[in-house]
Structure formats: structure tokens, C-alpha cells
Design a binder for this molecule. Structure first.
Ligand code: SF4
Length: 775
């Protein structure tokens, strides 16, 4: 089956170089593969010979020979590849000792996905597809908090027990973590107990490895860098001290190797060997809160970080695993052999992700995934188990008549063919949409087009320098003001509200920070970013690129996956959404409206009813009677906003809370601005940068800034607004249809949607699986 699919895919690719493909020479070279030949060399070895071009006219052609294992790379005609190594007279040789071929290099894959693919390639592919939030856990939150404490101690160069205790106390009352505790139903005491277990080890780690400590340099490690050449085991013994913290959560997009990552800590280290001059390196530190396993997955992550770091600065040749529970440090060498094997795994993963669609009898279908592994233990704890099983059931029904594995059966036996059909249908549509978006405006233009080139088509401003001091807006959000260094002063490439990514002008430091444009003046751009860029010298020149559509489909796919869960909640949703069970309604309004709210409701109705037409009144009544959902259809200008406002006022008068959501922030704010006039209290969720300025005092951020430090205070804030959360309103503007939906704790969920009908199920599950205030 796989052969058939690849054959079909190759046929399609043979048509020529599509318009959207960008080819280039130089550091970020991009070659189009014109031909692939399997060749047996004079030494009877198998090789793969590629005919490639970096010119759209295909006139200038080069050859690339893949050997010594590289010939197994699943490269095909019509693929784009990046080559590293030496090219002599148009001939590239990628072999055991030198060079890399990076397949589909503009597909940036995370180091974690590659590490996960070592034991199961299928898991890696599924992990790249279904990335949505899985609800988190106590362990995960603990890991995040302990990372945070370590990173703060590193940045302040103070790992003293008192300081560590202070950072821990601050973290445990920080709004972000309080929100997560609330979501996970944990108490601050619970979390304190978890976190405190780690604190002594952090100070101990610093005592052993931070150069200012009197005990630093006493621990012996074994580390042999590739540049050390031949070293005896005894000579490979060394001590390591950390001398500097260069960055925290360094964001790296590395299109030379098709990788991306956030490095926990980038540190300057000094390696001391007996009888030798100490060596200095800037290396990645990967923090781990789990078991001190020094596993192949952990080590692989670090090796990949060393590879990416080599594209940004001097090759570190090694990185370190820091196990925070024990305070130990494990060196990991990034030698060519390990990097080579990991790039090969990355290429296989890229091949599967890049070829996720096949044409069968002229129709697009999802391609089969890599095979299910036989390692039962790996499957038992695999976070992609459900997706793996559902995908397998779908593919078995399409392609192969083989008995599925036991877990496939148990994970999916609750699903009928209709559910599987639904899953595959929306998976296919989302994949097609992602492909279209990528071809239209993928991120690759950030590194494949110069700032000047991209400015011509909009979506970018280059030649920018930091104008003044960076200020802190909130935890992890920094205000930056940039001005144009030289050239055309008009800044037309961006608008306020754009999501942007900041890189250096020469595309060496790609993806330094992401954020939003908050203000544009004649001479400059102000934005809020997730990283503080003040550490760069005042001469550094940046480019600001619009970053469209980052990760938007992964949420849909995550929700689609949750819709297939074997839980009563998902079952009910499947009945309504997949099986189209008709919605239920109660008979009489008297059982909905609380007795003591009747007068208020009557006043509202008196006030608005003469201004509402008959369909609007019917719609409102139907919503109030709804047990499942209500769908309301109305072309633009038929009074949808008025209907919603009135409904919210009535529901509020009845003592219910309403969760109002939409595709856009402005649609939500339009309604809120009206409700504000009626003195309806509300809590505005979402990023403050996107909120209408008149609504800013009502944001969760503003309310929390009033001094919330405990979970009880946070709960009080939430319960004041949402204790009686009953209604859920989904409101895209310019819509044709409204839906009101009753669900579990909600009296009713209300959706409004337009022709993009497909968005309903995903939104439904998205909200149904979370506590409302943490979405
Ligand atoms: S369940 Fe098993 S086969 Fe499936 S993705 Fe996970 S590890 Fe791989």
C-alpha cells in the first residue's frame, strides 16, 4: 500500500516546480529534486544519486550523491532539500563523515518530536499533528514551576537556599500558576509540597557547578569533545563550571536543519582538564524534573540542540542534562555520527508529515502512518494512544484487512463507522487547509526572503533598531519600541494587532521573539514580545515579520481527538454533532426563570420587546427552553447582536453566568461594550493586547493585578462572575447561524457560526473539556 501511495504522490510531483516553492543557493540553500537514481558503486555499495537544481528554470543542475546509509533517505522527485557540506564543481557528496541532507527543511520539527520518534516513528508523526493542550497534570505543573525557579535563580546568579525559597514562594502565588492550579483542582499547599522536594537539589547543583561556589570544579565528569581528538579515558576526565547565563528559553528556529526548539538555559561553561588550558563553550542545558534516566531520548534532545546552536554561534560540541531532583549534571557530546543519525530520523519524520496526503482514484486521502510498534510497554504510556488507535481503525477500514492490535480495539471499540468517518473527514479537511495555508503564506519566507523582498509584498518591516529601554508589561511580556535605522521611513508592512516574529536582519538569529504589534507611528513600531531583547547591542538590526496562522489547526485536531474519547461527555457530543441527534427542549419557561428574577426579566422584556421582531423573540424563547442547543439563522443586519445582548441581560438577571466567545476579539468586545452600558458585570478573558481599550479594566489580567496572591482570592474573583456559569455563547460576526447549546454545568451553550460549518464541533469540544475560565 505504501508503495502505491508513494507512486501516486511522485506522479503528482513530476508536474514541475510549483509557483509557491522558493529555491535558493547559499547558507539557506534550497534544491528541487529533479531525479533520483539508485546506483551500485564500484565497491558494490548502494548509493542514491540526485539531480538537483536551485533555479526555477531548472537550467543549472547539480548532483548529490548519498552513500554510507544516507541512501535510505526517503527523498523523491519533487522534494525540496537543503544540503550541508562541501560542493565541488556542482557535486555534493553526503557520506558517513561529512555533510547532511535535510529533507523538506522548511518543515521545522521540534527536538522533542524527533526524540519521541526514536522508539516509535508513528508517535512522532501523531505528536506533530495532534498538539493541543491535554489538560495538564500535577507533575507537569510541578515541572514548569521548578524550571521557572531554576531559571530565575540562574538569571539572578543566586542559588542560595533563601533566594530559591523566595523564587518558589513567588512562583506559587504567580497568577499564571494559580490559574493552572485552579484548573487542575490543586491547592497551593499541594503544589508547595511537590516543589519543595526539589529546592535543596537546586542549591546543591549550584554549589557543585557554578564557578563562584568554593566547591565548584570538584565533581569529576567524563567528557571528550570531537575537537579534543584522541584522548585517553583518564584524560577525558574533567570538571565543568558554569560561568555565565547567556539566555533562558532561547527560541531557535533552525531552517538549515529543519529544526526548532526552546532551550531551557544557554550557559557559558569552562571545561577544566588536568595539564591543559581550560576550554570555554556556550552550551545548551536541558533541565529535567523526572527520573534521572540519562535516556536516549533525553540525550538526543541535547545533541539536536548542539546542532542548532552550531548554526547560531560557535559549535558547542556538547550540551548538558541537568536532573533537578538530584542536582546532577550529565554531559552529552554532539558528535557527527549521532547528529547524522538524528537528522536521518528527522528526515523520515518530515517525509511522513510532508506526505500525509495521498491521491487514490483522484481523491485526496490521509496516507497510512508508520507501522504500529510491537513494544507494548511503549504503547501503554503513549500520549498518542487514542489517536493511534482511531487512525489505525480508519486506515484498516480503508486499506488493509488485518486484525488490529489489542489496544487499537480497546481504545476505539466505542466508536462506530460513522464516528470514524467523521474523524477521517475532518482530519482530511484540516490537513488540506494546513497545506493550503503553508503553500500560500508559510513561515519559510521569513528566512528565504530578505526583509527588503518581503517588505515589497507587505507583512514585514526591516532595518529596525531598539529605540529605548525595554519595559516589563507583565510576567514574561516585554514592551519594545523599534525605529527604522535607515531607508524608506514609511512603515506600511504591519498593522496594530498583527502577530509578529522578530529576527535579526541577516536571518542568522531567526525567531528571537514573538508577540503583537501594539502601536505604529510614522517612525516606529511598538510591540509586546515574549522575550526581552535588550541584551542585544544597540547596533543590532532587526526585522519584524507578520506570523500568520501559527498553530491554529492543531487546536482543531486536538479537539477532534477529544471528541473521540471514551467518556460520557464525548459520547454525548458525538450523539449531537456526529449522529445529529435532534436537540431537546423543555416545555415551559417557568422552570427556567427563577421566581425572584421574574420582575427584572419582565422589565428587560418591556424595555426591549417592542424593539425586537417576532423571529428575535422566538429565538430568545427557544434558547431559554433549550436542553441541548439552539441554532439560529440570520443574514447580516437581522439583529443578531441585539438578540445576544438581550439574552445575556435576561440570563444575567436570572443569576446565570454566560461564557461568550467568538472567532475574533472585536466581535466579543462589540457585545461587551453594549453590556457595559447596562452595567452587566463581566470578566474579559484573553490577551490584554487584543482587547478594546474600554474593556481593558475588565480583563482577567487587570483584575488579578488588583492583588490576587492566593488560590482562594482567585476563586473568589472567578466565582463572583462565573459561579453560576450556565450559558455558553459562540458568536462569530457576519454569521448566518446561531447555536445555543446546553451542556453539563452549562444551562445552555450558544453558538453562532457562518458558512464555516466545520468549526462547530471543534469549538464544542474545546470548551466542553475545560473549566471555562482557563480556556
Ligand atoms: S500507541 Fe504505540 S504504536 Fe501507537 S503511536 Fe504510541 S507508541 Fe506508537
Amino acid at each position: 500500500m505504501t508503495l502505491l501511495c508513494n507512486d501516486l504522490y511522485r506522479k503528482k510531483k513530476n508536474k514541475g516546480i510549483p509557483e509557491h516553492v522558493i529555491l535558493a543557493s547559499g547558507v539557506h540553500n534550497r534544491y528541487w529534486v529533479l531525479d533520483v537514481q539508485d546506483v551500485t558503486s564500484t565497491q558494490s555499495c548502494t548509493e542514491k544519486h540526485l539531480t538537483i537544481t536551485c533555479s526555477k528554470t531548472t537550467e543549472s543542475r547539480e548532483t548529490c550523491i548519498l552513500k554510507d546509509g544516507w541512501e535510505s533517505t526517503p527523498v523523491a522527485v519533487g522534494d525540496v532539500v537543503h544540503l550541508e557540506g562541501k560542493c565541488v564543481s556542482g557535486l555534493w557528496t553526503i557520506d558517513r563523515d561529512s555533510g547532511f541532507l535535510v529533507l523538506l527543511p522548511d518543515l521545522l520539527i521540534s527536538g522533542t518530536s524527533i526524540a519521541n520518534s526514536i522508539r516509535c516513528m508513528r508517535r512522532g508523526v501523531l505528536g506533530e499533528m495532534f498538539k493541543a493542550f491535554d489538560g495538564g497534570s500535577k507533575q507537569m505543573l510541578n515541572g514548569t514551576i521548578v524550571h521557572d525557579i531554576f531559571q530565575k535563580a540562574a538569571m539572578s546568579s543566586d542559588f542560595s537556599p533563601e533566594r530559591i525559597q523566595t523564587f518558589a514562594a513567588e512562583a506559587l502565588r504567580s497568577p499564571n500558576y494559580l490559574g493552572q492550579m485552579y484548573s487542575l483542582k490543586l491547592t497551593q499547599a499541594d503544589m508547595r509540597q511537590e516543589v519543595e522536594e526539589y529546592l535543596p537539589s537546586l542549591s546543591e547543583w549550584a554549589n557543585h557547578y557554578v564557578h563562584m561556589s568554593p566547591q565548584a570544579g570538584q565533581k569529576q565528569l567524563t567528557l571528550k569533545l570531537p575537537s579534543d581528538g584522541a584522548l585517553s579515558t583518564q584524560d577525558a576526565t574533567c570538571s565543568v563550571t558554569v560561568t555565565d547565563y547567556v539566555d533562558i528559553e532561547e527560541n531557535m528556529w533552525c531552517p538549515r536543519f529543519g529544526l526548532k526548539v526552546k532551550i531551557d538555559v544557554t550557559a557559558g561553561v569552562r571545561i577544566h582538564r588536568r595539564g591543559r588550558k581550560p576550554t570555554e563553550r556556550i552550551v545548551p542545558l536541558e533541565l529535567k524534573t523526572g527520573k534521572e534516566s540519562n535516556s536516549i531520548e533525553h540525550r538526543s534532545q541535547v545533541i539536536l540542540y548542539t546542532l542548532m546552536s552550531s548554526a547560531r554561534r560557535c559549535d558547542p560540541e556538547a550540551g548538558f542534562l541537568v536532573y533537578l531532583k538530584t542536582g546532577s549534571l550529565h554531559p552529552v557530546v554532539g558528535n557527527h555520527m549521532d547528529r547524522r543519525e538524528l537528522v536521518k530520523i528527522r528526515n523520515s519524520l518530515a517525509h511522513h508529515i510532508g506526505n500525509s496526503l495521498v491521491k487514490v482514484e483522484g481523491r485526496s486521502q490521509m496516507a497510512p502512518l508508520p507501522a504500529i510498534v510491537s513494544d507494548k510497554q511503549a504503547c501503554k504510556y503513549c500520549p498518542q494512544k487514542r489517536n493511534c488507535a482511531v487512525y489505525s481503525r480508519y486506515c484498516f477500514s480503508l486499506f488493509i484487512a488485518v486484525n488490529p492490535q489489542a489496544f487499537v480495539q480497546s481504545e476505539s471499540e466505542h466508536l462506530s463507522p460513522v464516528h470514524l468517518q467523521y474523524f477521517s473527514h475532518w482530519l482530511l479537511l484540516c490537513t488540506l487547509e494546513a497545506l493550503t495555508m503553508e503553500n500560500k503564506a508559510g513561515r519559510r519566507i521569513i528566512w528565504l526572503q530578505t526583509a527588503q523582498q518581503r517588505e515589497k509584498s507587505g507583512g514585514c518591516v526591516g532595518n529596525m533598531q531598539l529605540a529605548r529601554e525595554v519595559s516589563v508589561l507583565s510576567d514574561g511580556v516585554y514592551k519594545h519600541s523599534f525605529v527604522r535605522k535607515e531607508g524608506d521611513q514609511t512603515l506600511t508592512g504591519l498593522i496594530v494587532g498583527d502577530r509578529i516574529v522578530v529576527s535579526d536582519q541577516d536571518s542568522v538569529l531567526i525567531g528571537l521573539a514573538t508577540g503583537y504589534v501594539t502601536e505604529i507611528t510614522i517612525s516606529g513600531v511598538t510591540c509586546s514580545l515574549d522575550k526581552n531583547l535588550s541584551k542585544f547591542s544597540s547596533n543590532t538590526v532587526f526585522r519584524l515579520d507578520q506570523d500568520e496562522g501559527a498553530g491554529c489547526l492543531s487546536t482543531h485536531l486536538g479537539n477532534l481527538s477529544m471528541l473521540m474519547e471514551n467518556t460520557p461527555t464525548s459520547e454525548r457530543l458525538r450523539q449531537l454533532i456526529v449522529e445529529f441527534r435532534p436537540p431537546q427542549f423543555i416545555d415551559s419557561l417557568s422552570s427556567v426563570l427563577p421566581r425572584d428574577a421574574k420582575d427584572t426579566v419582565a422589565n428587560i422584556l418591556k424595555d426591549v420587546f417592542r424593539r425586537l421582531n417576532k423571529p428575535q423573540k422566538q429565538a430568545m424563547k427557544k434558547v431559554l427552553l433549550s436542553k441541548d442547543y439552539t441554532l439560529i439563522v440570520g443574514i447580516p443586519g437581522t439583529g443578531k447582536t441585539t438578540t445576544i445582548c438581550t439574552l445575556v441581560r435576561i440570563l444575567h438577571a436570572c443569576g446565570f453566568s454566560v461564557l461568550l466567545t467568538s472567532y475574533t476579539h472585536s466581535a466579543v468586545d462589540n457585545i461587551l461594550l453594549k453590556l457595559k452600558r447596562f452595567k452587566i458585570s463581566f470578566l474579559r478573558l484573553g490577551r490584554a493586547q487584543k482587547v478594546h481599550h474600554d474593556i481593558l479594566p475588565f480583563t482577567e489580567e487587570s483584575r488579578r493585578a488588583e492583588g490576587i496572591q492566593t488560590l482562594e482570592e482567585l476563586e473568589q474573583l472567578y466565582s463572583k462572575e462565573v459561579r453560576h456559569m450556565k450559558f455558553f455563547i459562540f458568536y462569530p460576526c457576519k454569521c448566518f447561524v446561531y447555536v445555543f447549546y446546553i451542556y453539563n454545568n452549562f444551562k445552555s451553550l450558544m453558538f453562532l457560526f457562518n458558512k464555516k460549518y466545520q468549526q462547530i464541533p471543534h469549538s464544542l469540544t474545546f470548551f466542553s473539556h475545560r473549566r471555562p475560565l482557563t480556556t
